[in-house]
Ligand binder design. Structure first.
Ligand code: FES
Ligand SMILES: [Fe+2]
Length: 340
């Protein structure tokens, strides 16, 4: 089942440092967007399709507070208004292109893809760990050839770690220990409390090549439309003070119906100045994501060629996936009914 997108939400569209006076084309929810920074430093997001003859505005140049089309020079400001027509003194008021609300927060830029009048900055999901002096965070953007919902399903059911991530996150406890699912009006929370287990290879290393038993709490939060925050706390059973906390922030922004921008960042709150541990964590985590990407891209190809049967075979690990799908479906229905 390929889910329709929901629009009245904030989506991560870029890292802040990607917004410069060199315009960047990025597809979001099947729409080409021109992302740029004006010369005074304001972020801007406008439709990357010139209303004159359809050239991408990103083929052009930022001039002052506006973006000049690279084909015949029509120039648009960040509100989408045309501010210059070459060879004419005045600009017809109908000359404009669509502008999208864009807000920089923490290390990201968030874009609002729906009705601009509904864009409420207080609804931007909490990614503060990416930019907090008590945490050390590092991440990147991975292009993934699949519908974003497959990435969400992947993260709402971490039992796959035992199979997909055999060398890093594997522990049979993720399969054996049941999840607790909490469904809120605007969030799904999936918890797994793994008590008195052997640490996964990843957490053994993070805890300093620790080979004792640990308590491992995993909390996965789905914040629509397209955000998953994973909060993990792992502590020694014998000495609970010996512990590690991480936050994995996942912005699963749809590019098209079959491709996504996977913005991820992992933050830790210990050994903040240990760069070699930071490098190891970053590489270990991205390698696990490559393993995820390999399987979800295979899933996408198969779903396109041979759509899923009407009844999927679901089992106990799927509680979070089901709750996530249900929440998305409810928000989609609400959005459609408010548009009527
Ligand atoms: S296509 Fe942009 S000015 Fe002609
Ligand atoms: Fe995974």
């Amino acid at each position: 089942m390929i889910e329709p997108f929901i629009y009245d939400h904030w989506y991560i569209c870029a890292w802040r440092e990607e917004l410069t006076t060199k315009p960047l084309q990025r597809w979001i929810l099947d729409q080409p967007i021109a992302l740029f920074r004006t010369e005074s430093g304001d972020p801007a997001a406008i439709a990357d399709r010139c209303p004159h003859r359809g050239a991408p505005l990103t083929s052009g140049t930022v001039r002052g507070e506006a973006l000049e089309c690279g084909y015949h020079g029509l120039t648009f400001d960040k509100s989408g208004k045309c501010v210059r027509v070459p060879g004419r003194d005045s600009v017809p008021p109908t000359f404009r292109t669509r502008a999208y609300p864009i807000v920089e927060k923490w290390r990201f830029a968030f874009i609002w893809m729906g009705d601009p009048d509904k864009a409420d900055e207080s609804k931007i999901p909490d990614y503060h760990w990416s930019d907090d002096e008590n945490w050390s965070a590092r991440g990147e953007t991975l292009p993934v050839n699949c519908h974003a919902s497959l990435l969400r399903d992947n993260l709402l059911d971490l039992s796959h770690a035992h199979y997909v991530h055999a060398n890093t996150l594997a522990t049979d406890a993720v399969v054996r220990v049941p999840i607790e699912v909490e469904e809120r009006s605007d969030e799904v929370i999936v918890q797994r409390r793994m008590v008195d287990i052997h640490p996964s290879p990843f957490f053994s290393r993070v805890l300093g090549d620790f080979d004792g038993k640990v308590n491992h709490l995993q909390v996965v939060r789905f914040l629509p439309a397209s955000n998953i925050i994973i909060e993990v706390s792992v502590s020694s059973v014998e000495n609970p003070e010996h512990k590690a906390e991480i936050r994995v922030m996942n912005g699963l922004t749809p590019a098209t119906g079959r491709s996504s921008h996977y913005f991820w960042s992992l933050a830790r709150n210990m050994h903040l100045n240990n760069d070699s541990l930071g490098d190891w964590i970053f590489n270990a985590n991205r390698n696990t994501f490559f393993e995820d990407i390999d399987i979800v891209e295979q899933q996408q190809v198969l779903l396109e060629k041979a759509p899923a049967p009407e009844h999927e075979t679901l089992f106990h690990v799927d509680g979070g996936v089901n709750a996530g799908r249900k929440l998305h479906a409810r928000l989609l229905a609400e959005e459609n009914s408010s548009a009527d």
